[in-house]
Design a protein around this ligand. Structure first.
Ligand SMILES: [Zn+2]
Length: 156
């Protein structure tokens, strides 16, 4: 079955989905981190797999995975046009994610992957996961002045 888009059109469509989807979900997590007073994170760090958020001192990498691009089990859809292309593409994204996880862990990073669909939820289980990881990693750290200051009051 022929592709419904020309090559140029396809890359335009894809870059639009990618940049918009990523930016929105990343900014949603930025808002949550600020709201719950989680600090010590950086964005756009040059680390393998380009984590969306990095806590350098705790060596914690956080990814916010878009439901479409990372084939979330709840919301993943394969576009009707050119299904074979999309199936291959999304499967490749998933195995890339696994490779990134393995590689980072091998290098001493803790990896958290959050789904785009988890961010708006009340109770913020995403923030809880980040905070408890930081607590565990903070206890392990020999550095007394750990980067991630955790405000317990914000969790109540
Ligand atoms: Zn989802």
């Amino acid at each position: 079955m022929p592709d419904v888009f020309t090559k140029a059109k396809r890359s335009e469509v894809m870059s639009r989905i990618r940049s918009r989807g990523n930016r929105d979900t990343e900014l949603a997590l930025v808002r949550l981190l600020r709201k719950f007073r989680v600090s010590g994170w950086r964005r756009n760090q040059n680390i393998f797999g380009k984590p969306d958020f990095v806590f350098p001192k705790a060596r914690l990498a956080v990814f916010v995975d878009g439901c479409f691009w990372h084939a979330c089990p709840k919301h993943s859809t394969v576009p009707a046009g050119n299904r074979a292309f999309w199936k291959r593409k999304l499967a490749a994204n998933r195995s890339r994610d696994r490779l990134v996880n393995r590689t980072l862990r091998k290098n001493g990073w803790r990896v958290i992957r959050l789904w785009e669909h988890d961010l708006p939820k009340r109770g913020n289980p995403s923030i809880r996961r980040i905070k408890s990881a930081l607590l565990v990693l903070g206890r392990k750290a020999t550095d007394k002045h750990r980067c991630a200051q955790i405000d317990e009051k914000a969790m109540r």
